[in-house]
Design a protein around this ligand. Structure first.
Ligand code: AMP
Ligand code: ZN
Length: 472
């Protein structure tokens, strides 16, 4: 398998630390509001990556945090506390907000067929671990106390900007709101490891620490939670591109200073979903959630398909026109699959061949669009119905589109649901024969098959999505 590594800016052969095993970490949601479909693009692509690794034979352990404390409205430690903002908005406690939006997040994930990671850990579960890591960083001279807070001293590192090449504009992607300089910082990029009450008098959640009552900074949670469950060596760390700076840069700074060696080998970043006005946000315009799409009549899996149609390393613009197109493709594709006859035995050798092809093609930097093309190639092939269905089922483990969920030949949402399954099977067989004839450039035979169907009252049409058929 190959993936693009943001650390080296190259597509690299993926080699885990331990043969056959992958330790994977995902930065989880800040649970102060619903996730928007932009956030969910990141989680969808990370889900595909995890499933692709499993599909390729790896044993994966994936961990995700839930940010329920410490994340301020600017990723650079300034602005309002996000959780407190959510609690005030809804006149609830911070923990009530955290519970509600954590549940909402996993409910959205379920609708999008995103697997829950093996371990999910809220930040508020790990305060002693954070305190320990900060104590070690202070002992080793990588951190300092100032104005009752504890900061990481970025000047202690030879190479703080490990992701390199960041220009000012890129750096600012992660610094979402107005940045007001914190006078306690010795260096511009230093970041907070522990806040004391000096930051917010009305902070809802606070804990005792050697530095006073307070709460952790945002970045420390991912370093601690990942090490708690995955140890000191990690294979892949994921997030959206806005996490590169400052979040992931800071995670690496504190983690490697703490353990004294390289921490994670591959960094996987998903580009943003934008609306037509620019970057998607929770405060601007229509707040695009999975529930909103459902209210408008879209199956959430249509959104999954929409994201799979483009590459994760390209920004994607969301429009309802584009979603409508994805909905049409989804319907046709499912209908076509549900009308495949399940006759014949599964050709296991062919299935293995197509499996390996998918692992190679999609495994080339998570090329999901090529994965979808392969589904059409299977449909167009001259394999028997049972084999086609088995291969598409196999692909769907990664694609997660529930492509074969309707029953063979009699799918409830099939365009041909009213037809006798035997007729459906007969037509599909003829279509496959015609495809095979075309492949061998035997156009006379292909035309005669089409005419034969026509004489039976069946019209077939070649479309970009493949062959479709209907009654005259
Ligand atoms: P948050 O809940 O704000 O911490 O964000 C959760 C995840 O969504 C992070 O991995 C972000 O990098 C990612 N993210 C934020 N905005 C977008 C977007 N417009 N498109 C894709 N991913 C995003
Ligand atoms: Zn993180």
């Amino acid at each position: 398998m190959k993936i693009y590594n943001s650390l080296t800016k190259k597509i690299e052969e993926f080699v885990p630390n331990e043969e056959g095993k992958v330790k994977m970490y995902t930065c989880g949601p800040t649970v102060y509001h619903f996730a928007h479909i932009g956030n969910l693009r990141s989680y969808l692509m990370e889900d595909v990556l995890e499933k692709l690794l499993r599909y390729s034979g790896y044993d994966v352990k994936r961990v995700m945090n839930i940010t329920d404390v410490g994340h301020l409205s600017s990723d650079a430690d300034t602005g309002e506390d996000k959780m407190l903002k959510g609690a005030k908005r809804e006149h609830k406690t911070v923990m009530e907000i955290a519970k509600f939006y954590t549940d909402a997040f996993f409910s959205d994930c379920e609708k999008l067929n995103i697997k829950t990671p093996d371990v999910v850990e809220p930040a508020t579960n790990c305060i002693p671990e954070f305190i320990h890591m900060i104590e070690v960083l202070l002992e080793k001279g990588y951190a300092y106390k100032a104005g009752e807070n504890v900061y990481f001293d970025t000047s202690k590192l030879d190479d703080y900007f490990v992701f390199g090449n960041q220009n000012e504009e890129e750096l600012m992607v992660g610094v979402r709101d107005d940045v007001t300089e914190d006078e306690n910082k010795r260096n511009k990029n230093d970041f907070v490891l522990w806040f004391t009450k000096s930051k917010f008098e009305d902070q809802a959640l606070k804990w005792d620490s050697p530095w006073g009552t307070g709460y952790p900074g945002w970045h420390i949670e991912c370093s601690c939670i990942s090490m708690k469950h995955l140890g000191e060596y990690m294979d892949i760390h994921c997030g959206g591109v806005d996490n590169i700076f400052p979040h992931h840069t800071n995670e690496i700074a504190q983690s490697e200073s703490y353990i004294g060696h390289k921490w994670c080998n591959y960094w996987f970043h998903v580009h943003h979903l934008n609306d037509e006005t620019g970057k998607m946000s929770k405060s601007k315009g229509e707040f695009l959630t999975v529930s909103l799409l459902e209210e408008k009549g879209y199956d959430p899996l249509v959104y999954r398909l929409f994201t799979l149609q483009s590459h994760y390393r390209k920004p994607l613009v969301f429009t309802y026109e584009a979603l409508d197109q994805a909905a049409a493709v989804y319907k046709k594709l499912k209908n076509r699959i549900s009308s495949i006859s399940s006759e014949g035995d599964v050709d296991e050798a062919a299935k293995k061949e197509w499996h390996d092809k998918f692992a190679e093609v999609v495994g080339n930097d998570v090329n999901t669009a090529m994965g979808l093309t392969l589904v059409y190639d299977v449909l167009k092939s001259d394999l028997n119905g049972a084999t086609k269905r088995a291969i598409i089922d196999d692909y769907d483990y990664v694609l997660g589109l529930k492509l074969t969920e309707a029953k063979a030949g009699t799918g409830t949402d099939s365009e041909h649901a009213d037809e006798d399954p035997a007729v459906v099977a007969h037509v599909e067989e003829k279509i496959a024969e015609r495809a095979a004839a075309k492949k061998e450039k035997n156009f006379a035979l292909a035309d005669s098959i089409r005419d034969e169907l026509l004489s039976e009252g069946i019209v077939i049409k070649d479309t970009r999505e493949g062959v479709v058929w209907s009654r005259k």
